[in-house]
Write a protein that binds this ligand. Structure first.
Ligand code: PLP
Length: 464
């Protein structure tokens, strides 16, 4: 840390934070006696807190965001240059970075053609839901308004996206939610549903076929969209089982259901080799939403990307003034987002970070598999690229989860060693037992080994 702030400044910041900031995701009772964590600075894979303690960040800013690492002057300069030229104009007009970033993005997304700008993952998902609903009204006489979502998936914190929330603990106490969102079962083989008969079909086919069953139960003429994460994130880091996506695509085509892929976590390189998670599985989506890694947190930006087929449905029809997509996102007109996003993509390309992510992801998965051999509390390890999880169980045979307190202890023990890891949190009742890892795409072999070494030590300290 290069120490711009004096000790007095820092203690003022901590006091102001404690007195006035309502932090995300956590309870505040501990701050009555202890201190909130304040991150003062970051560089590369590392951050420093108010005490000058250095941490290796294994979760890219806590929530899968800082894909190219901290302290990127190239991005800061690109944003600054853009801001002094033009900081904002409403999205009813175009902007230079908006046009150039959309061109660049679309060049990496065969089959997609249109980018709708907004600010957050939740908002991008809401845009897709609105488009699906409007299509239902325009084309299907107000039918096909139902949107399917999957158990364990998460799509945001607004009332609309919570209605598509597959993690019950995030939704409880915020109802009533909005109608016409319908849940389909999860696709996690490690906790396969009892009805699955491995002799008759693969788990992937079984899980996808359950979506068809829901469509048939609800009535195919009432279902307009299906929203899925390519790899479930906060619900337990769940890569899809073999054969799942092919069948999902077939089902969507068969019943004329628009496929909406939520790439808010997976997008822009997180899963390695490809820019997007869905591109590993040969899927042709109708909507792709993205946010976190798009500009690595250097500016707020989210996008809802669609095909020309979808876009065409909203083209002018002079006799119908309500035909077009009547929506705005004020800060979707900020130019800082696409300016940062363009530079973010350039860095990923120039530094070969898609390839690095695949390589480092393999290394990390291998390290986690070794931990599984050593610690019987590790029941399963899984992931794609630098997006990995380790599920901790008290008993491998019954798969009974360890307690949330024990998971918190493992996270704290890693923190004590200077490594920030994550864990599923307030997600699936009774199953918040997955350690989460998502280092920046710039991670080196030493970084990866330092992370898994810290986990090894933490597991020994907590479980013996
Ligand atoms: N979709 C997924 C898969 C997410 O993990 C998240 C946030 O964690 C969101 C959507 C919501 O994004 P935001 O917090 O930017 O609204």
């Amino acid at each position: 840390m290069d120490g711009h702030l004096s000790e007095n400044d820092i203690s003022h910041v901590v006091d102001a934070d404690r007195a006035h900031v309502w932090h995300h995701l956590i309870q505040h009772k501990p701050f009555e006696t202890g201190e909130p964590r304040v991150i003062i600075e970051g560089k590369g894979m590392r951050v420093w807190d108010q005490h000058g303690k250095e941490f290796l960040d294994a979760v890219s800013g806590g929530v899968w965001t800082v894909n190219v690492g901290y302290g990127r002057e190239e991005i800061a300069n690109a944003v600054r240059d853009q801001l002094v030229k033009l900081n904002y104009f409403a999205g009813s007009a175009g902007s230079v970075p908006g046009a150039l970033f959309s061109e660049k993005l679309i060049s990496k997304m065969p089959g997609m053609t249109r980018v709708y700008y907004c600010n957050s993952g939740s908002e991008a998902n809401e845009k897709a839901f609105k488009m699906i609903r409007q299509i239902a009204h325009k084309r299907y006489g107000g039918k096909k308004t139902k949107i399917l979502y999957r158990e364990r998936d998460y799509h945001g914190g607004t009332i609309g996206t919570m209605s598509a929330g597959g993690q019950d603990e995030r939704v409880m106490q915020y109802g009533p939610l909005t109608p016409h969102f319908v849940r389909v079962p999860h696709c996690m083989e490690y906790r396969a549903q009892a009805e699955w008969d491995p002799a008759s079909e693969s788990y992937g086919e079984f899980a996808a076929n359950q979506i068809e069953e829901v469509i048939l139960r609800e009535g195919p003429d009432t279902v307009g969209g299906l929203c899925l994460e390519p790899v479930t994130a906060g619900g337990g880091v769940i890569p899809p089982p073999e054969g799942y996506w092919q069948r999902v695509q077939e089902i969507c085509r068969k019943y004329d259901v628009l496929l909406h892929i939520d790439e808010v976590v997976c997008g822009i390189g997180r899963t390695g080799t490809h820019w997007f998670g869905y591109q590993h599985y040969g899927i042709e989506p109708d909507f792709v939403t993205m946010a976190k890694g798009v500009a690595s947190g250097y500016a707020a930006i989210a996008c809802c990307v669609t095909t020309e087929r979808v876009f065409e449905m909203f083209k002018d029809e002079p006799e119908d003034p309500l035909n077009y997509f009547r929506d705005i996102s004020t800060f979707g007109g900020c130019t800082a987002g696409p300016a940062a996003a363009l530079e973010n993509m350039r860095i990923i390309e120039d530094e070969g970070l898609l390839e690095n992510t695949a390589k480092m992801g393999d290394r990390m998965l291998g390290n986690l598999q070794a931990l599984m051999e050593k610690h019987k509390v590790v029941g399963d390890v899984r992931g794609k690229g630098l997006f990995l999880g380790a599920e901790l169980v008290a008993d491998r045979a019954t798969k009974e989860p360890v307690s949330e307190k024990q998971i918190a202890q493992v996270v704290a023990e890693c923190g004590a060693q200077g490594v920030i890891i994550g864990a599923t949190n307030r997600s699936v009742p009774g199953l918040n037992n997955v350690l989460c890892f998502s280092p920046a795409l710039i991670a080196t072999p030493d970084d990866i080994d330092q992370i898994t070494k810290a986990v090894d030590v933490a597991l020994t300290r907590v479980f013996g």
